[in-house]
Design a protein around this ligand. Structure first.
Ligand code: ARG
Length: 451
């Protein structure tokens, strides 16, 4: 079969380095040792190899581990190289290690074993970031800030409301990673090349020794399946998308002076001495590219592969590492940047009312006093338009930039309703509705920004 490594015929040639994954396999060196050990223990327990033989192989594996990946002999991959190293160490008996298995089930087990760890690191990073965001929220329950739609001033909200909006999204990201983990954590060992084995192996036992929850039942599926890689990269790509939005918000907020990033998460310019740039967050934003590249690389490589094993799979694996490395690091960096940033309450308060952001609350108020909401919307829209006309072209004062005041709403009421505003509502109540902090306080519906 294709899995036989014949050193005489297949050990050289110009494509040797193209074929070899040995360098990239450093990532699964430790996993392969664990998989080898579990397999050898199972073989001995089943009487497939003698206890003495197993002991010698396990001793050789210890030596291989101490020598490290860098000392491995040349080989097509880490699995072949470790086997060669074991045989070099203890002689031909080392060749018994590969009884009742193939590199196909072996490599699948190694990838799952390693990815498991990496996914848990990614999960932990999401927890860190969620803690950072919760910390910001706790500190800024009452810190009013502008909220945006289409990047235009929309309605005032609070820093806590903003921070928790990302915390909630990240909760789902954590859950998606854990869900993927559950399907990664299954053992393909014992599938051999794809067609099972004549030896009386105990698949449950190797799964147990390696901490897998269960075995991947069908041997052909066990050798062929890499959907666990695509699924993990998918969860990471979604997480990266969440991160990119968070990073973008913070870059914008830093630009407007709402937030000041700590120096540790900023960079300067090689020419402009005054610069303090939010580079780390830009790099966090860019990691969505790594994640979706990893996912795309996986899907494109896996698409249309026939059963059962094809060497294409060797080139699939690194795409997953790329995604998990980039996204985990970006998540950790985002956690640090969020935890150490300072929010400028004065800037935020000043900006919160800009662009007549309390207009919706004024319309709500009129509607609560009996006007159909659509009519109330029209009154306030006219007030906004008149206020904009008043300030456009002029060197608008800060107060004017705020948009409409009570007088503007009164004028609009007279224009649209043909009746004074006071027929419908106390102008003092309108005054209150125009205040960003009051506006936030009054939006106490479930999930709203009220403290
Ligand atoms: N290094 C290979 C991989 O990563 C495993 C080796 C299986 N090789 C083979 N010719 N069946 O997929």
């Amino acid at each position: 079969g294709s899995d036989v490594v014949r050193r005489d015929r297949f050990s050289g040639g110009p494509a040797r380095s193209f074929l070899s994954s040995l360098a990239a396999d450093e990532r699964i060196f430790a996993a392969d040792l664990a998989v080898d050990r579990a397999h050898v223990v199972m073989l001995a327990e089943r009487g497939i190899v003698g206890d003495d033989e197993a002991a010698r192989i396990l001793t050789a594996l210890n030596i291989v581990e101490v020598n490290g990946h860098g000392s491995l002999p040349d080989g097509e991959d880490v699995h072949a190289a470790i086997e060669t190293a074991v045989i070099d160490e203890i002689g031909p008996v080392g060749g018994k290690m590969h009884t009742a298995r193939s590199r196909n089930d072996e490599v699948a087990a190694c990838i799952r074993h390693r990815l498991r760890e990496d996914l848990l690191d990614a999960v932990e990073a999401t927890l860190l970031l969620r803690e950072s965001l919760a910390g910001v929220a706790e500190e800024h329950v009452e810190t009013v800030m502008p909220g945006f739609t289409h990047l235009q001033p929309a309605q005032p909200t609070t820093v806590a409301h903003w921070a928790l909006s990302y915390e909630q999204a990240l909760r789902r990201d954590t859950a998606r990673l854990l869900d993927a983990y559950g399907r990664v954590n299954r053992s393909p060992l014992g599938a051999a090349a794809f067609a099972g084995t004549t030896f009386d192996v105990d698949r449950e036992r190797t799964a147990e020794l390696l901490g897998f929850d269960e075995v991947v039942d069908n041997a052909m599926d066990a050798a062929a399946a890499r959907d666990f890689l695509a699924e993990s990269a998918g969860a990471l790509a979604v997480l990266a998308t969440t991160l990119s939005g968070l990073a973008e918000d913070l870059v914008l907020f830093a630009n407007r002076g709402y937030v000041d990033l700590s120096d540790d998460y900023s960079s300067t310019s090689s020419i402009m001495p005054q610069k303090k740039n939010p580079d780390t967050l830009e790099l966090v934003r860019a990691c969505a590219g790594d994640a979706s590249a990893g996912l795309d690389g996986l899907l494109t490589t896996l698409k249309g592969l026939p059963r059962a094993y094809n060497r294409d799979l060797q080139r699939a694996t690194p795409h997953a590492w790329r995604a998990v490395d980039a996204v985990t690091e970006a998540t950790e960096v985002a956690a640090g940047a969020v935890a150490t940033a300072t929010w400028s309450e004065a800037e935020l308060a000043a900006a919160a009312g800009e662009g007549f952001s309390t207009a919706t609350g004024v319309a709500d108020l009129l509607a609560r006093h009996g006007l159909p909401f659509r009519t109330a919307h029209e009154v306030v829209a006219v007030a906004a338009q008149r206020a904009a006309e008043r300030t456009s072209g002029s060197a608008a004062s800060h107060a004017a930039e705020q948009g409409a005041d009570v007088a503007a709403v009164e004028a609009a009421a007279a224009e649209v309703l043909d009746e004074p505003l006071s027929t419908y509502v106390d102008p003092a109540a309108v005054e209150a509705a125009l205040d960003p902090a009051r506006s936030v306080e009054s939006r106490d519906s479930v999930g709203g920004p009220a403290p």
